[in-house]
Every structure is written in C-alpha cells, then in structure tokens.
Design a protein around this ligand. Structure first.
Ligand code: MN
Length: 201
C-alpha cells in the first residue's frame, strides 16, 4: 500500500485572508504531493518497510536502512508534518484554548500570550527551513521547540500539539520575506479543538 496525499479537509480558500488559496494550492498539491511521491520512491527501494505507518518510520528512524534513511526522514517527515498541519488549521473549531490544555499553558508559560510570544520567537529563530512546535513530553509537560527541515518531534519522543511550517513556501506568496508577520497572523486560523485532541493523546 503506497502512501497517498490526503485531501485538504477544507476548501483551498477557507483560510483567507490569513493564508491565500494560491499558497494552499501550491503547498498542498505541489509540496506535500512531492513528499508523498518521494517517500513512496524511497520505500520501493527498501520493501521491508512496506506496511509500516509514517509514524512508525519517523519514530524509529534508526530502524530504516541507511541507504534510504535520509529520504524517509525528509519525505516521511514532510508527509507526517503536513498532514498534521492541515488538520490543525481550520476556519472552524475553537479559536482559543480551554480546559486542561489552557490550564497546562497557563502553568507552563504564564498565559496564552506568553506561549504565542515564545512560539513565534522559535519560528523566527529557525534559520532556513523548518518548524516551530508546541510539544508534550512523556510526563505531559509542555514546551516550545523547533526542528530543521522536515524533522518531527516524534523522533525525539515528543508529542506535537501545535506546529507551524516556517519554510518560505508556507508564507512567501502572502507575506514575502516577513516571517514574523506570518507567525503572528497564523494564530487566527488555528483550530484549538484539534490542539486539545492532540494534547489528550
Ligand atoms: Mn510546507
């Protein structure tokens, strides 16, 4: 069973004006599609990996044969991260955190505003391409982290709650070089119901 590009769970224009239909179309139909195509090409060279989920592959990269490990890391990570990202963004759903997640945010960061400040700073500080994350460790403790390229926090045993793509392809059409402006605006399209679901895992 080859990996497949999941359909975007809403219309390409659904996140406008924060993220344009043009950005979503290229990002999903071209960038995410390429990760899926290249992941399948890597798996074809290591048939013993067939049947493993992308989570299994990325959680335990050391079990992936060295000849395809880099390709699986980059393209499996790309497939995993983008699937996570589309599901986290929606014009529907709660626009603010609540319940246990809000309590954990307040305990760890002081306030939602402080979480946003630290998260955005991690996104700005990521040199080149990568991601900013809010993650939960095995003890349930929250923290902010950042990964390069398409690396996923799950490789380090962390559970992603929120993740923002800070590759230029995610914002250049809409924000040009202004990554901080994109990071600020992005919060208005986060689905906090999905974040709460990620937190409860
Ligand atoms: Mn991307």
């Amino acid at each position: 069973m080859a990996f497949e590009l999941p359909a975007l769970p809403y219309d390409y224009a659904a996140l406008e004006p924060t993220i344009s239909s043009e950005t979503m179309t290229i990002h999903h139909d071209k960038h995410h599609a390429a990760y899926v195509t290249n992941l399948n090409a890597a798996i074809a060279k290591a048939p013993e990996l067939e049947g493993k989920s992308v989570e299994e592959l990325i959680t335990n990269l050391s079990a992936v044969p060295e000849a395809v490990r880099g390709a699986v890391r980059n393209n499996g990570g790309g497939h995993l991260n983008h699937t996570f990202f589309w599901e986290l963004l929606t014009p529907g759903g709660a626009t603010e955190p609540s319940g246990d997640l809000l309590e954990a945010i307040n305990t760890t960061f002081g306030s939602l505003a402080d979480l946003k400040t630290q998260f955005n700073a991690a996104g700005v500080a990521r040199f080149g391409s990568g991601w900013a994350w809010l993650v939960k460790d095995a003890d349930g403790k929250l923290s902010i982290t950042s990964t390069a390229n398409q690396d996923s926090p799950i490789t380090d045993g962390l559970t992603p709650i929120l993740g923002n793509d800070v590759w230029e392809h995610a914002y250049y059409v809409d924000y040009r070089n202004l990554r901080p402006k994109y990071l600020e605006a992005w919060w208005s399209v986060v689905n906090w119901d999905k974040a709460a679901e990620n937190f409860s895992k």
